[in-house]
Design a protein around this ligand. Structure first.
Ligand code: PSU
Ligand code: MN
Length: 317
């Protein structure tokens, strides 16, 4: 047992022991990010995509007070069907859920924590949390950013949604020394759209170069993650005009209703989906699949470096 609170699925453990590529996946996107049954179906398709790319998927969650790296299809369906009844679990929620033996859907932050404990270096998701618009007043900054500052995992995403203040999000990441890499793009992608008008730190063409950057960062003892920003495939990108209208309306409604804290992101996501009549859901599904494929190739390249400097398997508990 690696950590007293962590269960690693046998297939994932086997791959990790052999130094084979593994990709971590989050579960807030399942329970809070999409409606049932598309959420569970998508989660299984994402796992398939990771396998097709030559890596083993490890979807993270908290079930019965246990941290899980790797879920069964039944567990994925449970997280999907229960939806928002499952607690959205970020870093600060872990102690209570574990002590009480409860369930939790893991965010980017808590999935990074589980990946790190298990020894998984690459994680694929849709979009990361960030600095919310109006954060100067509300101080609403996702714990995902702090986690990227401190936990050694590369996060493949389609950028972040413009429900956030993307400019401030990038500033925050710069302050904390988190490299933002654009995969075959010089622009930070805005989730539904390939463009934000904001530059990434480095454009990279090949996954093997990203793997070498991961090795270099962690070999130096520079703690924290890297962001691999992978734009949504052109065919599924949404017109920024229609999506921006939906985002503005969703934000206005959240303000009017006083939605705050951990409920804000899921509220905005659901509103946008309703306002775009499900078009955003299809884009969301496609970009996650795209990220899973890229993450699998990256995990394979990183494993190929035979690097022992990735996340070490920690012994605690
Ligand atoms: N952004 C998305 N889709 C998501 C999330 C964010 O476009 O599903 C989820 C992720 O799990 C992310 C979390 O880690 O919301 C961030 O929530 P908060 O802003 O409350 O930290
Ligand atoms: Mn928040």
């Amino acid at each position: 047992m690696i950590n007293h609170y962590l269960d690693i699925a046998p297939e994932v453990m086997d791959a990790l022991k052999k130094g084979q590529p593994v990709v971590a996946l989050e579960s807030t996107i399942i329970s809070h990010g999409m409606p049932y049954p598309q959420n569970a179906e998508t989660a299984l398709r994402v796992e398939q995509q990771v396998r097709a790319g030559g890596a083993v998927p490890a979807t993270a969650a908290i079930i019965g007070g246990r941290l899980k790296a790797g879920l069964s299809p039944k567990e994925i369906d449970y997280l999907g069907e229960m939806g928002a009844k499952i607690a959205k679990a970020s870093r600060r929620d872990l102690p209570a859920l574990l002590a009480r033996g409860q369930d939790g859907a893991t965010t980017v932050a808590s999935t990074m924590i589980i990946a790190r404990l298990a020894g998984i270096a690459v994680f694929a998701t849709g979009g990361i949390g960030g600095v919310h618009r109006g954060a100067a007043q509300t101080m609403d900054i996702s714990a995902d950013l702090q986690e990227l500052a401190r936990t050694n995992v590369a996060v493949v995403c389609a950028g972040a949604k413009s429900i956030l203040d993307l400019e401030l999000t990038l500033e925050y990441l710069e302050t904390h020394g988190v490299p933002v890499l654009g995969y075959q793009t010089d622009e930070f992608p805005a989730f539904y759209s390939r463009h934000s008008g904001l530059p990434v730190d480095f454009q990279v063409e090949e996954t093997d170069e990203i793997a070498r950057m991961m090795k270099a960062k962690w070999s130096l003892g520079l703690e924290g993650g890297l962001i691999v920003a992978n734009p949504i495939p052109e065919a599924f990108a949404m017109h920024s005009e229609s999506i921006n209208i939906a985002i503005s309306r969703a934000i206005a409604e959240a303000e009017a209703k006083g939605v705050k804290g951990k409920n804000l992101t899921p509220f905005l996501l659901a509103k946008i989906e309703a306002l775009t009549e499900g078009k955003s859901l299809e884009s969301n599904i496609q970009l996650v699949l795209n990220n899973a494929g890229l993450a699998a190739r990256l995990a394979a390249d990183f494993a190929g470096l035979g690097s022992k400097v990735g996340p070490p398997v920690e012994k605690r508990g």
